[in-house]
Design a protein around this ligand. Sequence first.
Ligand code: MLT
Length: 307
Amino acid sequence: MAKTYGILTLNKISSVGLKRLPTASYRIGNDIAEPDAILVRSQNMHEMDIPASVLAIARAGAGTNNVPVAQMSARGVPVFNAAGANANAVKELVITGMLLASRNIVPALGFVASLQGDDASLHKQVEDGKKHYAGIELRGRTLGVIGLGAIGRLVADAAIRLGMNVIGFDPEITVDAAWSLPSQVKKANTVEELLKHSDFVTLHVPLLPATKGLINEKRVQTMKSGSVLLNFARDAIVDEAAVLAGLASKHLRGYVCDFPTAQAQGQAGIIALPHLGASTEEAEDNCAMMVADQVRDYLEHGNLVNT
Ligand code: MLT
């Protein structure tokens, strides 16, 4: 009799992807005992007792910081990720974030929601708002991209198409020969060099011991006066207290992030989203298809892709 594999899903995984694991060979659900593999999105697995039956774990997203990767590798269990599968969704939200911040959209919407009175009075208030919420354009401004993997490269490309200048820094790309990015992307040799010259800075590095607190107090001060920081990577990459101080002193124009915190709640200049970067139908389907294929190829053929 052919083997049936058990797949434990710790989060909702798009059915478009799960269809790639045929029911004749796979039992899939959130209550599978002794699973052969685990599919996870946001669930923190660090405190979880991972059954000895597990042969592979796949994260339906780019980062694997919610999975105990070292512990699993000591057990010989590969941890797959869906590198690149949600990159377009994140790119679109990063560009949206730059536009929201540069055009003062969030406070302007709050202003419009607070308008009261008859049409003549509204007209007068709108004239005031128009002056008060005037913004800046992206064209001709400089975007600094820290981390030039799948997401950082797409963001760089989109920014170039919007007429921005782009500077890139990637700790993994240390030699010029490895710099295979479009010639329009200038290479910064240090984070500091990038920060000094950028009107917008966007982070696309994974959360690792080396990137925790990457944007600290000193680096906030190194950023250009009036610049905007965007963090669609992981909250711990930024020292939020340092950024809040930078906003309070008006050294920074804005902080656009995908992680609301109690500390930052309601602070002027903050635009916080509920970790929406990869939350599109397309990205969820793409990630699910990629991890389903990875798990199937590994369980059935022992292939290792994106670990
Ligand atoms: C990622 O690492 O790609 C995101 O955190 C994905 C997600 O929103 O689950």
